[in-house]
Design a protein around this ligand. Structure first.
Ligand SMILES: CC(=O)N[C@H]1[C@@H](OP(=O)(O)OP(=O)(O)OC[C@H]2O[C@@H](n3ccc(=O)[nH]c3=O)[C@H](O)[C@@H]2O)O[C@H](CO)[C@@H](O)[C@@H]1O
Ligand SMILES: C=C(OP(=O)(O)O)C(=O)O
Length: 435
């Protein structure tokens, strides 16, 4: 087992490099399934466990996948006959594997994918994905824990999403690229990662218009081919470092950060008294001596991102007075707060809203991450806590942050990541010693 140990109290300063976006690269990797000829060459690919998982799903489907970590480049080839089945052992590792379904259905008229199930932040059904496939003419059945979709040929149609789901928008968009005729999807997700995917699909020969707005129109084409693409920067990693700077009265340049992608966060930071400067080479964030309280509500893009919510609650807990945070996207994304309570946080959850009573004098403690952004939030709290904070369950952190502790250390944090024997190893060792 590994843990991160942080000794709080250091101001962060300097500049930090941000990786390509996990949430952009995962569906783009899946889009490679659509390339009947030519390699797909993706650059600026982050070294994350989720990327390894998606690469393994694609290898299982019979794509050739080569990840050169020295150059952050993944080269894929999908020219061979592919399998259309993604089994439980892969899908259970990562929910985002569901986005292989749209491309498989588009190319082969068939996909059988294990039901992804929920996770620590909510139940996360895929009904909107399936409604979209059905509207395109697929027959859907669910049995033995698998979802199966089949169609002779998908046919373009008008689809209205009840909620602007990121995954459903991506899956339906990819399915429609090879459909007969034109598909219009309304009330779609508008996240920058959707725009990045649409850009790749267009470079592959698709005709996707309107990504980034509420309506996407896709004119079906006969075939798609490989292309090369530089993955867009991770706005959530960038935002996490912006919060780290704000929290520690720091002065940090988040290199090449795209302000347009982080508008709601920047606006809230400014409201709290943080100085945010948009420079040519990135965003400079200077934390104030005292943070002002603020109220935040998570919403689909361009609203405040739910993936910044746990980190934001840590900042709000440090403000002079009471702040609120309303989580509208996922029904169960406050698990990190119970861990923060161990560190002296004072808050009250009522339904989807939490009142956060600041200012908090965080005390170092042993805490366990419950999900990806919870892990980041606990490390952030450790940066301003008295004494030592130990964060475990780092498998969550590794899903979405590359060398998080090293980047923080380079900014001046007193932080290390260590291997410690877990309980099972200790028992085995003590048995061996006795024998
Ligand atoms: C790999 C990836 O890109 N993950 C992101 C993606 O997840 P993901 O694509 O799973 O998120 P969605 O936008 O689909 O989900 C948002 C909400 O819609 C609900 N829903 C979704 C689909 C559906 O068919 N039915 C339904 O009810 C979900 O349960 C959730 O409450 O967007 C989320 C919302 O910005 C982010 O937190 C995740 O980091
Ligand atoms: C919730 C997240 O990811 P996923 O949808 O892959 O679980 C996240 O990136 O914070």
């Amino acid at each position: 087992m590994e843990k991160i140990i942080v000794h709080g109290g250091r101001r962060l300063s300097g500049s930090v490099h941000i990786e390509g976006a996990k949430n952009a690269v995962l569906p783009i990797l899946a889009a490679s399934i659509l390339a009947q000829e030519d390699d797909m060459v993706l650059t600026n690919v982050p070294i994350l466990s989720d990327v390894y998982t998606m690469n393994n799903v694609l290898r299982f489907l019979n794509l050739d996948v080569d990840f050169d970590e020295d150059t952050n480049t993944v080269r894929l080839n999908a020219a061979k006959k592919l399998s259309t089945q993604a089994p439980f052992e892969y899908v259970s590792k990562m929910r985002a594997s569901i986005v292989v379904m749209g491309p498989l259905l588009a190319r082969y008229g068939h996909a059988r994918v294990a039901m992804p199930g929920g996770c620590a932040i909510g139940s996360r059904p895929v009904d909107l994905h399936l409604k979209g496939f059905e509207a395109l003419g697929a027959t859907i059945s669910q049995h033995d824990g698998y979802i199966e979709a089949s169609a002779d040929r998908l046919v373009g149609t008008n689809i209205y999403l009840d909620f602007p789901s990121v995954g459903a928008t991506q899956n339906i968009m990819m399915a429609a690229t090879l459909a007969e005729g034109t598909t219009t999807i309304e009330n779609v997700a508008r996240e920058p990662e959707i725009v990045d995917l649409a850009n790749v699909l267009n470079k592959m020969g698709a005709k996707v218009r309107g990504a980034g707005t509420e309506t996407i129109r896709i004119e079906g084409v006969a075939e798609l081919h490989g292309t090369s693409h530089y993955v867009v920067q991770d706005r959530i990693e960038a935002g996490t470092f912006m919060v780290a700077a704000a929290l520690t009265q720091g002065d940090v340049l988040v290199e090449n950060a795209i302000a347009e992608h982080n508008k709601p966060l920047i606006s809230k930071l400014e409201e709290m008294g943080v100085t945010v400067q948009e420079l040519e080479n990135g965003i400079r964030v200077i934390g104030p001596e005292q943070l002002k309280p603020t109220n935040v509500k998570t919403l689909p893009h361009p609203g405040f991102p739910t993936d910044m919510q746990p980190q934001m609650t840590v900042l709000q807990l440090c403000a002079q007075g009471t702040s609120t945070l309303t989580e509208t996207v996922f029904e169960n994304r406050f698990m990190h707060l119970e861990e923060l309570r161990r560190m002296n946080a004072n808050f009250k959850v009522e339904g989807r809203t939490v009142a956060l009573y600041g200012p908090t004098s965080f005390n170092g403690a042993e805490v366990a991450a419950t999900d990806l952004r919870a892990a980041a939030a606990l490390v952030l709290a450790g940066l301003v806590a008295n004494g030592y904070t130990q964060v475990t369950n780092l498998k969550y952190l590794d899903r979405g942050y590359y060398e998080f502790h090293l980047k923080l250390r380079a900014l001046g944090a007193e932080i290390e990541r260590v291997k410690v024997p877990d309980q099972e190893e200790i028992v085995l060792k003590s048995k061996a010693t006795k024998e």
